[in-house]
Design a protein around this ligand. Structure first.
Ligand code: RB5
Length: 147
């Protein structure tokens, strides 16, 4: 069981309900950070809210927009966040196993509900393998030179 912070923009609203229901049905905790209307909104604001929670170590994140792409770009600007756009189950598992991804980004205009739920399952059920992969993700943010 894990805690998920979930958010979306207007283009991702339709996919959120089945994703949230699926997580709850599998005994996960879900915190919905919006948006919950179809009014046009700016996805970086929602990405930042989820990213802040994930960066603070409070749980994993799921971000949904039209493509997943903008959400991932915005979320990845927050230190400690490793957000991955996934449109297939292999990538969803692999990005947990090798990249220790902590935010899954989905595109409602890209994947149907059935595939999205399978992607969520693949992401949730895979565990980071550590070892050489830990060394590599540590290189995402190399220490700054001291002067
Ligand atoms: C909104 O039209 C769309 O640009 C947004 O949902 C997302 O796909 C951006 O990456």
């Amino acid at each position: 069981m894990a805690r998920f912070f979930v958010a979306n923009d207007h283009a991702g609203l339709g996919l959120k309900a089945p994703v949230v229901q699926h997580l709850l049905a599998n005994q996960h905790e879900v915190i919905d950070l919006g948006t919950n209307t179809t009014a046009s909104c700016d996805y970086p604001e929602f990405a930042r809210q989820v990213a802040a929670k994930v960066s603070a170590g409070e749980g994993l994140g799921i971000l949904i927009c039209g493509t997943g792409q903008g959400m991932a770009m915005a979320a990845n600007r927050v230190p400690g966040v490793r957000a991955a756009v996934c449109a297939d189950t292999f990538s969803a598992a692999a990005t947990r196993l090798h990249n220790d991804a902590n935010v899954l980004c989905l595109g409602e205009r890209v994947v149907g509900v059935g595939l999205a739920l399978a992607i969520v399952d693949a992401f949730v059920n895979a565990r980071f393998e550590g070892g050489r992969h830990a060394r590599r993700i540590a290189l995402f943010d190399p220490p700054r030179e001291q002067h």
